[in-house]
Design a protein around this ligand. Sequence first.
Ligand code: DAH
Length: 344
Amino acid sequence: MKTQLENIYNSAKSDIENAQSVNDIEEIRLKYLSRKGEFNSIKKGLKDLSDEDKKIIGSLANKITQDLEGLLKEKYDIFYQKELNEKLEHEKIDITLSGKYISEGRVHPLTETTNEIVSIFQSLGFSVVAPELSPEVETEYYNFDMLNVPKDHPARDVQDTFYVKDMPGVVLRSQTSGAQIHVMENQKPPIKVISPGRVYRNENINARKNNFFHQIEGLYVDKGITFGDLKGVLNEFTRLYFGSARPTRFRSSFFPFTEPSAEVDVQCIMCQGNGCRTCSGTGWLEVLGCGMVHANVLRGVGIDPDVYSGFAFGMGIERLAMLKYAIDDIRLFFNNDKRFLEQF
Ligand code: DAH
């Protein structure tokens, strides 16, 4: 048995000497030292020996096992370190190589402008109307009738407004003003709201006109609201949006749903008021329409015009963005040319 042990020891030692890798070492360990390995099968024979022999052979077996474990560990460490170094060398990352460029998404300039205008009015106490009170597919009733627009008003013409095919009285809204009616039908004064959204008009597309664009509608109805309140709110808006250095003016105007009506102009940003092509030589650019809500409109939704009064306004978002950023073609907002969009 002793010779058997020594033979195994010697062959294990020469196996270890010939080993080339961590893998080889693992295999040798399994072959000799695992539960199913060669030493264990010999150790099983110990029980048939005399007590005397058990001691001698047993301690020899233990010594040999310890020896082999030591040898294996020594070689293992050497191979492990060597293989790790090779791997690190091989898998080295060159951090000086330039990476792949991943372009980032951005907020669309119209969304950004809308957000800015909305937050200005929120700071003045207005809240945003729920989208279901501001539908894009609308009826003539809300888009025109309830806004005191006469049956023969030219805006109702198919030349100006998109009518939905085979659905009499249904239009793509031409203005966000219909939201005023929805809100007043659903809410009692005091009402102080804004409503941003898309509108559609049957236009020939050019640098100044697109067949859809965006507006923000505003409405403030309560007891004792005056034209002075209207001026105060809109002056504050233009001051916050364009900066206090940019002159603005109120000019009297006409809308069927307001009386009196006005338009707000800002000094032309292209020529600083000297007169140029953009402002048709006037030095001023119109930015919004507004007025005191017409008594007919209030009556139509069951609000008594002798008790309540209110003002309304509507502004084009593209127009406001074009003025602020000196953009001269409305189509740029819709072409989705990254060279344009990336500038915001
Ligand atoms: N709806 C008008 C338009 O599209 C803009 C407007 C003018 C809205 C006066 C208003 C208003 O609420 O009071 O041209």
